[in-house]
Design a protein around this ligand. Structure first.
Ligand SMILES: [Zn+2]
Ligand SMILES: [Zn+2]
Length: 399
């Protein structure tokens, strides 16, 4: 890409920054949670239609897909790159003091998805004006319900990825400074599975334990035994997490209860490690309970696979990021890994792609709080950076 073209793209982005920021703030004021993104998806669909895209709505309830057809030929003959954004907010009451804070009690864009949606719409606008340069198509995918329930999987099932060869997307991140971009091949976001254990014993009098099977003692051994999955059975080079976050049992100090219920989460970075943990959690919990005269039912559910980046697509994004922020501001190390999960993985499991991160932290603007925190915010200077990386990657991919 020549210098004059570079300057032209920067200018095209600059002139859209006021709209980009206004759009993000409007979405921020009107957060909508999983599968209720009615207002948000209407704005998305209306903007995509205004650009002349073929638009599909109601995919996975509130998901929207817009197809920008380049000059290179009909869909099917040429390559199609998908750009994915998520639209949902969280059930959190916002505590920031910004004048565009959430107008809806108990709901907040505390993960930056308002930014993702505005970024993708801005990229759509820029690329629509450069249609003649695109020897292929760009499919914009706006998914609902990234947080907890998962909108990506039903969108894939309902055909959102039809005709797509590759996909890219990004997450704004408040623990990396604005101006930095993180791009890395391989696993970047962990898998996340919920765990539910019901430990059955035999209830009885707290003073006469010999007549009972104490499920609380069994549960304590299970919790301890599960720790070996990470400390002894996982490679030090293969990160994993098993956390029990909730435990409920009993009604009085002198009663041995009938059962204990525990809930937890399990994280892994590869499909193999994830399958291994799932199997061993069942074996350990079941085995320990059996050895102590009880039993344990284990459920592993609501799982989201790890996000695994394709090396070729990662190189494409890396080059786009290096051109945008300079090579020294692109991170490719382990710092950018997270044991957070993202259902972008369902798209990445369908076609090779790259999910990257864009730093949005800034002390001076109080954009320092972690994601899902009631004071979470992003430095909006991250928005045009993200737009530029996505646009450059798309232009390069379809040149
Ligand atoms: Zn989140
Ligand atoms: Zn998120």
């Amino acid at each position: 890409m020549s210098v004059s073209q570079d300057d032209r793209l920067k200018a095209e982005i600059d002139e859209r920054v006021p709209d980009l920021v206004a759009m993000r703030r409007d979405l921020h004021e009107h957060p909508e949670t999983a599968f209720e993104e009615v207002r948000t998806s209407a704005i998305v669909a209306q903007r995509l239609r205004a650009l002349g895209f073929a638009v599909q709505t109601g995919i996975a309830q509130t998901g929207v897909v817009g197809l920008l057809q380049g000059s290179g030929g009909a869909e099917g003959d040429v390559k199609t790159l998908a750009i994915r954004a998520d639209m949902d907010a969280l059930p959190i009451h916002e505590l920031t003091a910004v004048d565009y804070r959430s107008q809806i009690d108990g709901k907040m864009h505390a993960c930056g998805h308002d930014g993702h949606t505005s970024i993708a719409l801005t990229v759509a606008d820029i690329l629509s004006k450069r249609r003649a340069e695109l020897k292929g198509n760009v499919k914009f995918i706006f998914q609902p319900a990234e947080e907890s329930i998962g909108g990506a999987e039903p969108m894939v099932q309902q055909g959102a990825m039809q005709g797509v060869d590759n996909i890219i997307g990004l997450h704004l991140i408040s623990n990396q400074p604005v101006g930095r971009v993180g791009v890395r091949a391989g696993s970047v976001f962990a898998s996340a599975d919920k765990l539910k254990f019901v430990v059955h014993g035999k209830g009885g009098h707290g003073g006469m334990p010999q007549t009972a099977v104490d499920p609380i003692v069994i549960a304590a051994y299970i919790i301890t035994a599960l720790q070996v999955l990470v400390s002894r059975e996982s490679s030090p080079f293969s990160p994993a997490v098993v956390t029990i976050g909730m435990i409920n049992a009993g009604t009085a100090s002198n009663i041995i209860p009938e059962y204990v219920e525990m809930h937890g989460t399990m994280r892994a970075f590869t499909a193999t490690q994830r399958a291994y943990l799932e199997r061993r959690i069942q074996e350990i919990a079941g085995g320990v309970a059996l050895a102590m005269g009880g039993s344990c039912e284990v459920e592993v559910f609501d799982g989201c696979p790890p996000c695994v980046n394709d090396p070729v697509m990662t190189e494409l994004v890396y080059q786009a990021a290096a051109t945008t922020v300079g090579e020294q501001a692109v991170d490719t190390g382990e710092d950018i890994l997270t044991t957070g999960a993202d259902d972008m993985s369902y798209f990445l499991n369908t076609v090779p792609g790259c999910y990257f991160i864009v730093g949005a932290q800034n002390q001076e603007k109080e954009a320092i709080y972690p994601h899902h925190h009631p004071r979470f915010n992003i430095d909006e200077d991250a928005l045009p950076i993200a737009v530029e990386v996505l646009t450059r990657a798309a232009l390069d991919y379809l040149k």
